[in-house]
Design a protein. Structure first.
Length: 335
C-alpha cells in the first residue's frame, strides 16, 4: 500500500471544526484507519471510530479503485489538539489478534493545533442617519494582517489594518439594513465575529390587491424581508369594524407559514362572505408588523359580460345597417 494524498496539519479555534483527508492505493485495496495521540507526555496512540468523543467524530471511507477516508471533528476543544495519524495496510493478517502482519501499517501524520477562541465585543450604533457596526477582539490573539466585512458571501469592505478594532458604516435606517453581518480578521486561523442588526418584522404583502372567481381558491401571501425571522404568523379579516382571527380549524381557511413567509388559502370563494380586507400579522422577539391585502371576488359570469357587450354592439350595428339599406331609395336606372 502507498499514499496518494496525506492529511495536512492545521490550526483551528475552539468551537470550530476540522477535516483531515487521506487517500491510499494498493493491490488488494488497503484498509484505512485513524489514530490519535494527544499532547500529554504519558498519552499513547488510540484508534478513532465514527461517533467517538460524544459523537463529535465522523469518519467516512470509500473503497473503490483505491481507498479514501475523511475524518471530521466538530465543536473542537483544547483536548482535540495533537497528532492525527492515517494508517493504511492491505496485509491479510493486519487485524489478526495473534498473528503479526507481514508488512506493517504505513503511516501519515498531521498535527492539529486548537487554540482558545478570543472574545470579540460587537456593537451597533445609530446616529445622523448612519449605522456603525464595530468589532473589538480581546487579547491574546493571533497576528492580524487585515479585516473584511461580509454579509453572507458578499464582501462589503476590506482593509489591511493590523488592529484589533474594526468598524463598518452603513448609510440608512436600521429597518432598511437588518440582517447578519460578519467582521472577519485575517489571521492564522481566520477569526470571525457576528454583528446582528435586528428589527421588528417589516411585513409586506406580495400583492396589495388580489382577485378571485367565485367557487375557486383564493391565495393571499405576505413576507418579512427583515431580520430576525418571524416566529408567529396570524391572519385576520375585517368586517363591520371588527377584525376576526382566521384559523385552520374553520375548514375553509388553510394557513401555511414558514419563517419569513405566510400564505392564506380560502376554499370555495364566496362573493358576499369573502370580499374585503385581510391582515397578516408577524411577531418576533423585537415586536410585531402587519400588512393589508384586499380581496375581490368576481362572479363566474363576470368574464362573459365584455363578450356579451361586444356581441350586442355588433347586433345593433348590423340591424342599423340592414334598416338603412332597406329604406334607401334605389338608384334611377338611366335610359
Amino acid at each position: 500500500a502507498g499514499f496518494i494524498k496525506s492529511p495536512l496539519s492545521q490550526k483551528r479555534l475552539t468551537q470550530d471544526s476540522v477535516e483531515l483527508y487521506c487517500e491510499a492505493i494498493g493491490n488488494p485495496i488497503p484498509e484505512i484507519q485513524w489514530w490519535f495521540e494527544g499532547n500529554d507526555p504519558n498519552e499513547t496512540y488510540a484508534q478513532l471510530w465514527d461517533g467517538a468523543r460524544q459523537d463529535r467524530v465522523k469518519i467516512n471511507a470509500t473503497y473503490n479503485l483505491h481507498s479514501t477516508s475523511t475524518i471530521s471533528i466538530a465543536n473542537l476543544t483544547n483536548d482535540d489538539s495533537g497528532m492525527y495519524e492515517c494508517r493504511a495496510s492491505n496485509d491479510p493478517d493486519r487485524n489478526h489478534l495473534s498473528k503479526s502482519p507481514k508488512v506493517k501499517w504505513i503511516r501519515s501524520q498531521a498535527n492539529v493545533f486548537v487554540i482558545e477562541r478570543p472574545e470579540i465585543a460587537t456593537q451597533v450604533s445609530e446616529s445622523s442617519g448612519k449605522l456603525t457596526l464595530s468589532c473589538n477582539m480581546s487579547a491574546p490573539h493571533p497576528t492580524i494582517t487585515g479585516h473584511k466585512w461580509m454579509q453572507g458571501d458578499k464582501v462589503l469592505e476590506e482593509d489591511e489594518n493590523t488592529g484589533a478594532f474594526t468598524s463598518y458604516t452603513i448609510n440608512g435606517k436600521r429597518e432598511e439594513h437588518s440582517g447578519v453581518y460578519e467582521c472577519v480578521y485575517e489571521a492564522n486561523p481566520q477569526i470571525r465575529g457576528q454583528v446582528n442588526i435586528s428589527v421588528p418584522p417589516q411585513v409586506t404583502a406580495y400583492k396589495k390587491s388580489e382577485h378571485g372567481n367565485e367557487g375557486d381558491t383564493g391565495v393571499l401571501t405576505c413576507k418579512n424581508p427583515s431580520f430576525p425571522a418571524v416566529t408567529t404568523w396570524s391572519w385576520y379579516k375585517s368586517g363591520h369594524g371588527v377584525s376576526a382571527l382566521l384559523e385552520n380549524a374553520s375548514g375553509r381557511y388553510i394557513i401555511k407559514s414558514s419563517g419569513n413567509k405566510t400564505e392564506l388559502r380560502i376554499l370555495k370563494l364566496d362573493i358576499e362572505q369573502d370580499t374585503g380586507d385581510y391582515f397578516c400579522n408577524g411577531t418576533n422577539s423585537y415586536g410585531t408588523g402587519d400588512a393589508t391585502v384586499n380581496l375581490r371576488v368576481r362572479s363566474r359570469l363576470a368574464a362573459l359580460w365584455p363578450f356579451l357587450g361586444i356581441v350586442a354592439e355588433v347586433l345593433v350595428l348590423v340591424t342599423i345597417i340592414f334598416i338603412y339599406e332597406k329604406r334607401r331609395k334605389p338608384d334611377e336606372v338611366p335610359d
